[in-house]
Design a protein around this ligand. Structure first.
Ligand code: DGY
Length: 337
């Protein structure tokens, strides 16, 4: 029996890649950068599966270029804003993602950014390296207390919940707002739900974003949202860059409307080295490393590979993003995985 043909858009950890190579006739894009659009359109032709990254835009054009035999797009990420979900469902194509396994690791990074911003760690490091450390100074590099400060979590899904657990250990007061009105999730960590985002923005000392990127959350943090924050507020973003309006954030940081931002995701991404946000001392930026630990990236690779292998054999993947596909799915040979 012939092996399913799949295209893997980048080298992923061997733990998952080997599962794919052992079971499929796989082509793996070897480049350090994502395949250019024309290459992607060319490479997917005739494939039954695509293992994609968040940097690949997988829309109807890519699906049609692949052909009607395409059964699954398996994303090596929990976020799937790079994929046109409706287009996939209409064409009977499963979409898989990697939920859960990266929640603690990403929450670790969000809390790391919170602490680094509060205690001005990067500025301190630069201060020494640029020869400014002459003596102990009573009023130099003063930061903010983390303990007993108020943390506002926007989006109380798995990552937000893990962040709340960490914050509880630091005696923070935790408040949250959830667009999907998921109440009860944060309460186990002592978090209290706010009635509105506006209330959270006005009350929090630290605001951490954990929403998926959707039309509703695009530029959720805009001029008006920033204007509601305290002038001492510290904004943390480990979700998607476009949840924050970068121009509005620049203006708010530059004018002192808010105190600090710590971003693991940016808009645009990657951020060009001459971007205006990089001129600000009160903006700490890391290169989208929320899930970047050896163990978590291995787990993501295995989960993405397992979703892919299920999909190419006509089974519903364990981590299906688009249940809307099921009515459109050609059920010949399909089982419930
Ligand atoms: C995701 O999974 O969506 C993260 O942004 C990358 O791991």
């Amino acid at each position: 029996m012939s092996r399913p043909k799949v295209f893997v858009t980048r080298l992923i950890p061997e733990a998952g890649l080997n599962l794919v190579l052992n079971a499929c006739d796989a082509e793996v894009w070897p480049g350090e950068l994502p395949p250019p659009r024309n290459v992607l359109l060319e490479k997917v032709r005739g494939m039954q599966g695509i293992l994609s990254l968040l940097t690949d835009r997988i829309d109807g054009e890519v699906m049609d270029a692949a052909g009607s035999q395409l059964k699954i797009v398996s994303n090596y990420a929990v976020g799937f804003d790079n994929i046109d979900i409706d287009a996939a469902s209409e064409r009977g194509i499963f979409v898989g993602n990697t939920p859960g396994i990266l929640a603690e690791t990403t929450a670790d990074l969000a809390f790391t950014l919170l602490m680094a911003a509060a205690r001005r760690i990067v500025e301190g490091n630069d201060y020494i390296r640029t020869g400014n450390w002459k003596t102990f100074k009573p009023m130099e590099l003063l930061g903010r207390d983390i303990h007993h400060a108020t943390l506002g979590i926007v989006g109380m899904g798995r990552i937000g919940t893990e962040l709340a657990r960490r914050a509880k250990g630091f005696d923070m007061e935790i408040i949250y707002f959830d667009h999907r009105m998921r109440s009860g999730k944060g309460e186990s960590s002592g978090a209290r739900m706010c009635d509105s985002l506006a209330e959270l923005l006005a009350r929090a000392d630290f605001i951490s974003l954990h929403v998926p990127l959707t039309p509703e959350t695009n530029h959720l943090i805009d001029n008006a949202a920033l204007a509601r924050m305290k002038d001492s507020a510290i904004l943390i973003n480990t979700s998607r860059g476009s949840v924050v309006d970068s121009d509005a954030l620049f203006d708010a940081l530059k004018s002192g409307q808010i105190a600090y931002a710590a971003l693991d995701v940016t808009d645009p991404e990657p951020l060009p080295p001459d971007h205006k946000l990089l001129t600000l001392p009160n903006c700490l930026i890391t290169p989208h490393i929320g899930s970047a630990t050896v163990a978590t990236r291995n787990k993501m690779a295995v989960m993405a590979a397992e979703n892919l292998l299920a999909g190419v054999s006509g089974k519903v993947p364990d981590h299906l993003v688009n249940p809307g596909v099921l009515p459109h799915h050609k059920m010949e040979g399909a089982s419930n995985g």
